[in-house]
Design a protein around this ligand. Structure first.
Ligand SMILES: [Zn+2]
Length: 180
């Protein structure tokens, strides 16, 4: 199968808001359903890590979308995933504010917190400006930050006002960072 078609099948199956059936994908791409099935099985075995990551990001997308409803301005999962991956790369997998790596925050939370098994493992979506009227979740107003900074910043501080606090968080985390 040509590469272009493989990419299309990947996008149809993994990056849609609602996962279409194999039959639907076959119909959309004018392919045989068996070819679609073979290709999806191959993707599942060869791109395990990426697919696992997509599942995590999709969960995040669904939760945010439900929780924030009209404040959530990403139009589709595909758009959100593109934004997430680009931002993650840009920030090198670190918190936008304290610059601690996702891995180090996860370890710290695992070592110390008994309270939030569902938070702290991954960087979270954060609105830079949370003042009324500009408080939307969209690609221009969002960054990825750690659980600790997200809690501390809440919807009270502007990025400017948060600077002193982020420095303090950064220094504190560095001083207790477990040696790996
Ligand atoms: Zn942080």
């Amino acid at each position: 199968m040509e590469k272009n078609l493989k990419v299309k099948i990947f996008e149809q199956y993994f990056l849609n808001d609602t996962t279409p059936t194999y039959a639907k994908i076959a119909e959309r791409l004018k392919l045989d359903i068996n070819a679609v099935s073979v290709q999806i099985n191959e993707l599942m075995s060869k791109q395990k890590e990426e697919i696992k990551r997509i599942k995590n990001v999709k969960q995040l997308y669904r939760n945010k979308k439900k929780e924030k409803s009209q404040d959530f301005e990403f139009n589709s999962f595909k758009e959100f995933y593109g934004w997430y991956e680009g931002t993650y790369r840009e920030q090198k997998g670190k918190c936008y504010y304290c610059e601690t790596s996702e891995e180090d925050v996860a370890k710290l939370v695992e070592d110390r917190s008994k309270r939030s098994p569902n938070r702290g493992r991954h960087l979270e979506v954060e609105r830079k400006d949370s003042t009324l009227g500009k408080d939307k979740y969209n690609p221009n107003n969002c960054v990825l930050c750690c659980y600790i900074c997200n809690n501390a910043k809440s919807d009270i501080f502007s990025p400017e006002e948060f600077k002193l606090i982020q420095e303090a968080i950064k220094e504190t985390i560095m001083s207790i960072k477990p040696s790996s």
